[in-house]
Design a protein around this ligand. Sequence first.
Ligand code: ARG
Length: 460
Amino acid sequence: ENHQLWGGRFTAEPSKYVQAFGASIDFDQKMAAEDLIGSLAHVAMLKKTGILKADEADQITTGLHQLQTKLAAGELHFSIENEDIHLNLEKLLTDLIGPVAGKLHTARSRNDQVAVDMHLYLKKHLNKILPLIKQLQETVVKKAADNVETLMPGYTHMQHAQPISYAHYLLAYFEMFRRDYDRFEFNLKHTDMSPLGAAALAGTTFPTDRDYTAEQLGFGAVYQNSLDAVSDRDFILEFLSNCAQLMMHLSRFCEEIVLWDSQEFHYLEMDDTYSTGSSIMPQKKNPDMAELIRGKTGRVYGDLMGLLTVMKGLPLAYNKDFQEDKEGMFDAVTTVEQSLTVFNGMLGTLKVQKEQMAYATTHDFANATELADYLASKGLPFRQAHELVGELVLKCLKEHKYLKDVSLADYQAISPLIQEDIYLALDPKTAVERRNSLGGTGFKQIKRQIAAAKALLKMD
Ligand code: ARG
């Protein structure tokens, strides 16, 4: 004999070990609230269409409401014997209202049920993640507005390249987060869809009303093909891919924070509230949070690769493999929500060491392009100018000085085109200010970017 809800055609029970291996209740109980909401919409439809008698539907509805109350109070107890959240809740409903509970599953399957739960769950969390990204963008814009004239070396190959404004650097991340936002928003479109009513795979002979359940659940659309409805996990893959890309952005930002918070750079100073000490070295103040977010990026990539691999080669429609879709999604949801929250607080409290950054821009050769551009603007072919300046840099390196320290006489010996105004041109502030091409680091351009960002975010 087999006591499972589906046990009719069986003569024996699976072993405890097999049951535990097949069960998903340990993790899918995260969707208990969604499962109850889905069932409430389904029973409302069964009543409206007359598939169930009104009093039967009402008994089920009352029972489901009681389960909602108990769930909120932490009074529901789930068991491995009942496999997953769907069967557990059906069992608890049966305990509460008796055999009429068995009518709830009319014209429904766990296959559309689990898909509904995941759509509802992800939609709820997309609606948390989107405002978290907006908040982070606001922090970035505020910081940029405070640092328009904060100069720092811009890098390529991790070598000083040309001076830039720290605000310009920050606004590059604003753009990345803007694209992240757009991607999650688009993801919402594919998540905001109701698979309910697809039943096991082929639809149902009962006169159901899928538009009605979709409306009850607040979904914007219904799946148009029942096979697709129960076997589509694209919305989760999109989500994981968006998460992976967002985490990659946070991780790059974190890498720079870790580096720039070091003694060698000291461009930034992490707030005490986001740092930790060492159990042995008393002087240490470690940027743990930035490192951890960088590290957690790896697990989110893993979540994406995991599900892509699960999905590869799966025939239509439902396969038990799908049960492996949940833990990665839950993990990515938690990791991204926490990382965004911590990162936002960390960035907001991060102290910018303006003098240290400025010092770096006056003790390097990042203004070499200015000298080459200066000569080119006076008619010397840029290639020749480049060669001359390169030779001068080599000479300066040998003499332990910077371009600003070269005398006017020495400059004029190199080229009579060079005048007194070269010193202004070599000044990093001038160099930044003059880069006024569209999207450049010039102060005017930065102010334009900030204004556009504020308008997009509807800030002050
Ligand atoms: N626990 C299952 C899952 O997560 C629910 C769907 C089960 N459906 C089935 N036909 N076995 O995918």
